[in-house]
Design a protein around this ligand. Structure first.
Ligand SMILES: [Zn+2]
Length: 482
């Protein structure tokens, strides 16, 4: 808590402005790398303790990281949360405990040595701003203080609340009681679990004891938080052997909620959302073809085109209306209108106007070829009369009548994309349905095989090859028969 206040004072000094509680701040570190790290800081309506929830330090433990993920969206009445849903993003993507080694054995008193240590450094710094630390895991089997069988015994980690000591004496002499809060939380969780097979057990790994069988725990995040920052730290373990991920997440949530109660962090339920409503874009179907139009943008149509406002993208899902002025009702979402003159769509969240979309009846602009730049980096891989060729997006590719073309794949740089490639106007022989995908078929470059309304030249010999549709075309070139 005190560190947050200091931070707030520094921010005020630097910017002359502090954001008003409650609010959430999200920061992303190491963007675009295997170790991309998203950190959520949730500030409650009233200040209080700061709890740090860490998930995904080992990527094959979805109960933990999917639970942490849910807390990223929480709003708080009191106290603060720091949430990292996926500490080891590379391991989460690969569903692997640690493709570059175990991140939860990197909390050492050493400088960064391997790539993932940069994440560990951020986590350590966030611990210094916290009052309590929770590390969410899915362990094997079912922890039990006495040996029952191979799957239920004192060496198993699943379904437990882990401490490094019952009480821990910090360097400054302060004594932390970990046993009492852990057992209090656990008792409440077990009342909800209501199935003895899946009850949580208390697990003290006695980490500092020279004779502990769990000396490896000295390299973990919880032990680091305890010895370096003298904050209570707990490992919460669901079991990898529970019947479903849903149950793993639920048990984690039960435990996190109890620890929040114990440390005075109170969720706001339901959350009062005060975010300013904003329009991003609209999707308008023009003669059943979707076109994306940005806020305050203009959609060009031909007189007589049938338009339908199919979707409004904004930061709110409910309370959104779109009024095509002069047509229909106040709410024209998902109704169809034939347009013969210019029009305006007003988009509202409740009564608040959040943006407009202009519709302009302009035949020339409606039919204009969208500009696709050759330097977009997209290239089409094709086979022309049995020979592999590359065609840059934006190019016109000449063939002779009777030539055979096969469309293979759209390349973004050197990467293959999975997108369908559509040769507009081409009617393949023996084709029953047209799914808009003309990849990997032998195309007969014969003008008779084309519907001339798709031609983009006067001679009706040039047809577009397109990936994407309407206003969201991502790449295009033209095949021209000579
Ligand atoms: Zn784990």
């Amino acid at each position: 808590m005190k560190r947050l206040i200091i931070l707030a004072l520094i921010l005020t000094a630097l910017t002359g402005y502090t954001q008003e509680r409650p609010y959430t701040k999200m920061e992303t570190y190491f963007k675009g790398t295997n170790y991309e790290l998203s950190v959520y800081r949730i500030y409650g309506r009233r200040d209080g303790n700061t709890m740090f929830i860490l998930g995904g330090i080992q990527g094959d433990e979805p109960g933990g990281f999917l639970s942490a993920d849910l807390y990223s969206d929480l709003h708080l009445e009191q106290g603060n949360l720091i949430v990292i849903p996926r500490a080891n993003f590379k391991s989460v993507i690969l569903y692997d405990r640690g493709p570059d080694g175990d991140m939860n054995r990197r909390f050492l008193d050493k400088p960064e040595a391997v790539e993932m240590d940069k994440v560990v450094s951020v986590v350590k710094k966030l611990m210094s701003e916290s009052d309590v630390f929770l590390n969410l895991h899915d362990g094997w089997g079912f922890h039990n203080p006495v040996y029952i069988d191979n799957n239920r015994n004192p060496k198993k980690f699943g379904q437990s609340i882990i401490t490094d000591a019952d009480t821990y004496k910090c360097e400054n002499g302060k004594v932390l009681d970990l046993n009492t809060p852990a057992n209090k939380a656990m008792a409440e969780v077990n009342r909800k679990i209501n199935d003895d097979r899946y009850s949580l057990h208390y697990f003290n790994t006695d980490t500092a004891n020279p004779n502990t069988p769990f000396s490896d725990m000295r390299k973990t995040a919880t032990y680091y938080a305890l010895r370096k920052y003298c904050i209570p730290a707990y490992g919460i373990e669901s079991s990898k052997n529970l019947p479903s991920n849903e149950m793993k997440v639920l048990h984690h949530n039960y435990a996190v909620n109890e620890f929040m109660k114990i440390y005075g962090i109170v969720p706001e339920v339901p959350a009062v959302i005060i975010e300013k409503p904003a329009l991003d874009f609209a999707v308008i179907n023009v003669n059943n073809e979707p076109v994306k139009v940005d806020k305050n943008g203009t959609l060009y149509v031909k007189s007589g085109d049938v338009c339908e406002i199919a979707h409004i993208e904004s930061n709110y899902e409910r309370g959104i209306s779109a009024d095509l002025i002069g047509y229909g009702t106040l709410n024209d979402l998902n109704s169809k209108f034939m347009l013969k003159r210019d029009a305006v769509i007003v988009v509202r969240k409740d009564s608040k106007k959040i943006g407009i979309i202009n519709i302009s009846v302009d035949k020339t602009k409606a039919e204009a070829k969208p500009e696709v730049k050759a330097e977009s980096g997209y290239r089409f891989s094709i086979i022309h009369n049995g020979v592999s060729k590359m065609v840059s997006a934006g190019a016109v590719y000449d063939v002779a009548i009777g030539d055979k073309i096969e469309l293979k794949v759209l390349l973004a740089g050197s990467d293959e994309t999975p997108y369908k490639i559509n040769l507009k106007g081409y009617v393949a022989p023996n084709v029953i349905s047209n799914d808009g995908d003309d990849r990997n078929i032998e195309i007969d470059m014969n003008p008779k095989r084309f519907m001339t309304k798709y031609a983009e030249d006067d001679a009706k010999r040039m047809y577009p090859v397109v990936v994407g549709s309407g206003g969201s075309e991502i790449a295009k070139f033209w095949l021209r028969m000579k």
